[in-house]
Design a protein around this ligand. Structure first.
Ligand SMILES: [Zn+2]
Length: 417
């Protein structure tokens, strides 16, 4: 671990371990970490010779070197693959990853030089409409999704003024360099990525794709809907899941032109689903049903994957929105706002020989440490923990038990490698 401070008393490795402690044991806030750092057991464990406060954490993290963190995340995931962590849940033998855009924080007041901006209309206290600039950060994350352990493989921040597809393409190009192109087989993508450059790049890198098809891909969407309206479904079945009943009808065709400019033939699958479930209204159980329509584009051929298989893959991405980033923000107390717009940063000399603050890496560093902690913890809980298997404890409860245990038992120190 490295940061931009000169000859610091508290090493970057100790700062990393302090954050690691906060995430692994699910501390509710950085104030809590601040108070834990007063205890000698924690100072001892992270290799710090004295107590330190959140200002030291902030000053270090703002100038943190991201490369060793990136390398650690890659190393963790490669070990998972060698250790067969991704084998359970393979889809017809395939490993599946998904790409998603994620908004990380937004503010009307605090902002930094790498904030994205948008105009937002909202109502003031008197109920008048006012237009204001909102500042936010957004990233694209790639995550394994088929297996119970679902680590993020890579993370790419959107730069001010650039589109989400640009960041996504940069992430996709970076993946094979870090992991090799055979790390997974199928990439599941949001409708936003139904674009020629994405399709061309994934084909070049050797991944099959399943992409949501929505009305933003107007020509392909309309030709698929017109074609399917004229014929009966190619398959229909019912499926029960968590007390919900799905009546599914599927249409499937190969050979529709992707766009007018890029008429490469693609396969389109459409699913019409009636979801029936019980609801309680005024103390009575009533049957309630809703209609849903889904379309996907895929490069997987009919000979290898049935329409039902494509539907399963398409819905895997949809579920990802519920248990990917959401889980991290909800159950991991990811309150990183304390690093945002941090003005007090280590200085360096610029090309003109003037002193200036180093670029702010605080948010990026904290995010990477969180992704590493989340990957290892979910692997530990799902694959090793007797507490989970024997007592059916949740991951949050396991974290609480481990925290009680380490605060009682000063662990023996092994210097970080
Ligand atoms: Zn910002």
């Amino acid at each position: 671990m490295r940061d931009a401070r000169l000859d610091p008393e508290i090493s970057p490795a100790s700062v990393f371990l302090a954050l690691w402690h906060a995430f692994v044991f699910r501390l509710p806030s950085f104030q809590q970490l601040d108070s834990d750092l007063r205890h000698s057991y924690l100072q001892h464990w992270i290799g710090a010779e004295r107590a330190f406060r959140d200002d030291t954490l902030r000053y270090s993290l703002c100038g943190f070197d991201l490369d060793p963190l990136q390398a650690m995340l890659v190393d963790v995931n490669r070990r998972f693959k060698r250790g067969k962590v991704f084998d359970p849940g393979r889809v017809q033998g395939h490993l599946v990853a998904a790409l998603d855009g994620i908004e990380v924080l937004s503010s009307f007041s605090r902002h930094c030089e790498s904030c994205l901006k948008r105009r937002v209309t909202r109502k003031d206290q008197a109920g008048r409409k006012i237009e204001e600039t909102q500042y936010y950060h957004r990233a694209v994350g790639c995550q394994m999704i088929h297996s119970p352990v679902k680590p993020f493989l890579a993370w790419e921040w959107l730069q001010p003024g650039e589109s989400e597809e640009t960041a996504a393409l940069r992430l996709l190009r970076r993946l094979p360099e870090a992991y090799g192109s055979r790390f997974f087989d199928i990439l599941v993508l949001d409708a936003l990525y139904a674009q020629t450059p994405v399709l061309k790049l994934t084909q070049k890198l050797g991944w099959d794709v399943v992409i949501s098809l929505k009305q933003n891909s107007r020509d392909l969407y309309q030709s698929a809907v017109r074609l399917f309206a004229r014929r009966p479904p190619d398959a229909s079945f019912t499926e029960t899941q968590d007390h919900k009943l799905y009546r599914v009808q599927l249409w499937d065709t190969e050979g529709l032109p992707f766009t007018i400019d890029n008429p490469e033939p693609v396969r389109v699958v459409r699913s019409e689903e009636i979801l029936e479930r019980n609801r309680f209204r005024e103390g009575k159980r009533v049957r309630h049903s809703t209609d849903h329509e889904w379309l996907w584009i895929t490069t997987l051929p009919q000979s290898a994957f049935s329409a039902a298989g494509i539907r399963q893959l398409g819905h895997a991405r949809w579920k990802n929105e519920n248990n990917g980033w959401m889980d991290l923000t909800k159950h991991w107390a990811f309150k990183h706002g304390f690093l945002h717009a941090c003005e007090h940063r280590p200085q360096r000399l610029n090309a003109a020989g003037q002193r200036e603050p180093v670029p702010n890496h605080g948010l990026a560093a904290v995010t990477l440490i969180l992704l590493i902690a989340a990957a290892l913890c979910s692997c530990f809980v799902l694959r090793h923990s007797k507490l989970v298997r024997r007592d059916h404890l949740t991951a949050v409860a396991v974290a609480a038990q481990l925290r009680t245990w380490i605060s009682k038992t000063p662990p023996s120190i092994r210097a970080p490698d």
